[in-house]
Design a protein. Structure first.
Length: 230
């Protein structure tokens, strides 16, 4: 979950605004991991957000950003599936039905959590610019423009393990994309993403550990729950 791609960032986006986009990207990943995994009754993941304050970038004549460090930000230990098999079917051949179901939940959760980063960045940009956002306007390929290249490459590695036909592959990715879209567009989830993004922006830390991430998100959940009582 590296935010390192800086493709086609509009000329009007200044440094401060670009930092905000990055913060929403990582907040999207982290919120999905913490909240959605809990909703799916999946094991907790004790992950961290790394921020590369030494990252250097510049505009060139073609209006793209170039970098001389490997990443802007990244989430470490954010996935449930640590090692992908060559074939999921073969890897699960000796599993019970319950174990297969649990593995599938974890497998698909990782993909949703990967998609949540660039989709959150896209949603932030749409809200900032007072533009509509829908799966038609921002489709899977468009996520490359929201720092999603690394995430999409990892997602393709996941999907490759399923050994699906072209149509099945497209259907699977589309279904998970729509699940992710629904997650970030949920008002409570978006407020959580917003709260964590603001925390990332205001923090001078190079590493934001799980305890801090969970505290921000759990406090926001408590606020939302309290407000719903009135």
């Amino acid at each position: 979950m590296n935010r390192s791609q800086l493709m086609d960032v509009p000329h009007c986006v200044n440094d401060t605004e670009f930092v905000r986009q990055i913060a929403f990207h990582e907040a999207g990943h982290a919120t999905a991991i913490h909240i959605r995994n809990t909703q799916e009754k999946l094991p907790p993941i004790y992950f961290q957000i790394y921020i590369n304050h030494a990252y250097h970038w510049r505009r060139d004549v073609s209006n793209t950003y170039e970098h001389d460090n490997s990443y802007l930000t990244k989430i470490e230990n954010g996935r449930l599936i640590h090692t992908l098999p060559c074939s999921v079917a073969k890897a699960l051949s000796d599993f019970t039905q319950l174990q297969k179901y649990q593995y599938q939940l974890a497998f698909e959760a990782d993909i949703v959590n990967l998609l949540a980063g660039p989709l959150s960045e896209a949603n932030y940009v749409a809200l900032r610019d007072n533009e509509p956002l829908s799966p038609r306007i921002v489709n899977l390929d468009a996520l490359h423009y929201y720092g999603g290249s690394s995430d999409l490459a990892t997602i393709n590695e996941y999907i490759d393990c399923l050994e699906l036909s072209s149509d099945q592959r497209k259907a699977k990715i589309t279904a998970l994309f729509l699940k992710t879209f629904a997650f970030i567009k949920d008002s409570n989830n978006w407020r959580s993403i917003l709260a964590l993004a603001e925390y990332i922006i205001s923090s001078n830390k190079s590493i934001i550990d799980y305890a801090d991430i969970a505290s921000v998100l759990d406090n926001q959940f408590f606020v939302a729950k309290t407000q719903s009582w009135y």
